[in-house]
Design a protein around this ligand. Structure first.
Ligand code: PMP
Length: 407
């Protein structure tokens, strides 16, 4: 691997030079959302100054330009995750909408009373609640795979939960609260052996490690643009063609139809069947620039850089007496969650904020997971490609200061 030039990367992110509370910004809340490089910011301005028009309908020049630019994003996303077909890439609002779409459409077609859906104990609320709602509607059962104290899935329990009533396995690739990287290849193989498809929540994976949906043989994969250096309000649902063809549409409206009559409407082909209404055109177009950015930086190099930082952060934080790391899985990516003695995470977060250090505190939309550990929440530092050892040093100094002040 060549040298990863983090200082050069940082120059692409204008916000990283600003101050917060009179201190240089140390941004370690990347799990919530990442900052944007100027390539993405410039593309947003370019869109509104040169292209703004509705897509997929106008004959006029600007509409053609906007449509072409929007479709460039789909064209770039296909090889980015190695999908077999461009029309397997559905543009959504984000991860949440992608999961709701699959729960709703797959659920209507395939889930009935007595069936079972498997999730895990470390899911984000957005990969719990849509399945709960589906189970309630259909009379199906939600089964939850437990984790060990390190925050790793209990694969024995997973195998035992799979059976011929299992209609879907929906798990996160990387835990947003613990950083655990799940053994998704094995999870998918086992599910398929039991005849069940798998949805992977890749919201915390796609910006940190290379993903190949065909090698994984995953059925559905969802992620958000805003967590991968792209705009807010756009996300991706990858689905295997066979499922996307077989499922009914999600929302009805413009764009998703072929012909409408009061007697009968026929639906559009993929991917438009699942893209009712005017999409977030600006974000859709500009997501391509985030994909370019990630590919230029190189996901293998990013992963290596972030792995080094994570190991450094873990080691340095543990120098602080009474600090406890929540989530000590063998395979981790980019997240370090911790508690300082009996101090409430929020109090630590407030002191860090005064020092210009942005972290997240609380339950991280994983209340059942916090319940599993018997804690109200954690302080979470989450790493992106532009973070440095100096950022980690600032964090450690800040936590030390918080420990002194709150002791
Ligand atoms: N799943 C995981 C693992 C996440 O971290 C998040 C965002 N915190 C989501 C789903 C939801 O993503 P969004 O809010 O962008 O829809």
């Amino acid at each position: 691997l060549e040298h990863f030039d983090v200082e050069k990367i940082r120059q692409d992110f204008p916000i990283l030079t600003r101050k917060v509370n009179g201190k240089p910004l140390v941004y370690l809340d990347n799990g919530a959302t990442t900052q944007k490089p100027k390539q993405v910011i410039d593309a947003i301005v370019e869109y509104y100054t040169q292209l703004n028009s509705n897509v997929h309908r106008g004959v006029h020049y600007l509409s053609q330009l906007a449509t072409d630019a929007f479709e460039v994003t789909r064209r770039k996303l296909r090889p980015f995750i190695n999908a077999a077909h461009e029309h397997e890439i559905i543009l959504t609002k984000g991860t949440t909408e992608g999961i709701n779409l699959v729960a709703s459409c797959y659920g209507k077609a395939y889930v009935k009373a007595g069936d079972e859906i498997i999730i895990s104990a470390m899911e984000h609320h957005s990969n719990i609640v849509p399945w709960q709602m589906l189970c309630e509607e259909r009379g199906a059962t939600l089964r939850v795979v437990p984790i060990n104290d390190a925050g790793e899935l209990d694969m024995e329990a997973y195998r035992a939960a799979l059976n011929d009533r299992t209609k879907m396995v929906a798990v996160t690739y990387v835990s947003n609260a613990l950083g655990t990287v799940n053994p998704v290849g094995e999870i998918i193989r086992q599910a398929h052996a039991a005849g069940a498809p798998v949805l992977l929540d890749a919201a915390q994976a796609v910006q940190h490690l290379p993903i190949d949906v065909q090698a994984l043989d995953v059925d559905f994969l969802v992620f958000s643009g805003h967590k991968m250096y792209g705009p807010t309000g756009i996300g991706v649902l990858y689905g295997k063609e066979k499922w996307l063809d077989a499922m009914p549409p999600y929302q009805g409206g413009g764009e998703m139809i072929k012909d409408v009559a009061f007697e009968k409407t026929t639906y559009n082909e993929l991917p438009f069947k699942y893209e009712a209404g005017t999409p977030n055109i600006e974000a859709g177009i500009c997501l391509a620039h985030a994909v370019d950015y990630l590919e230029t930086a190189g996901l293998n190099r990013i992963a290596q850089h972030e792995r080094e930082l994570l190991a450094y952060a873990g080691g340095r934080l543990l120098e602080i007496p009474e600090l406890r790391i929540i989530g000590t899985a063998q395979e981790k990516s980019s997240v370090v969650s911790f508690l300082l003695g009996g101090i409430h995470p929020y109090d630590v977060g407030v002191i860090l904020d005064k020092l210009g250090i942005a972290v997240r505190t609380g339950h991280h939309c994983t209340q059942p997971l916090m319940e599993r550990y018997g804690i109200p929440g954690t302080v979470r530092a989450s790493i992106a490609m532009y973070n440095t050892k100096e950022d980690i040093d600032a964090l450690v100094a800040g936590v030390q200061k918080a420990a002194e002040m709150l002791a």
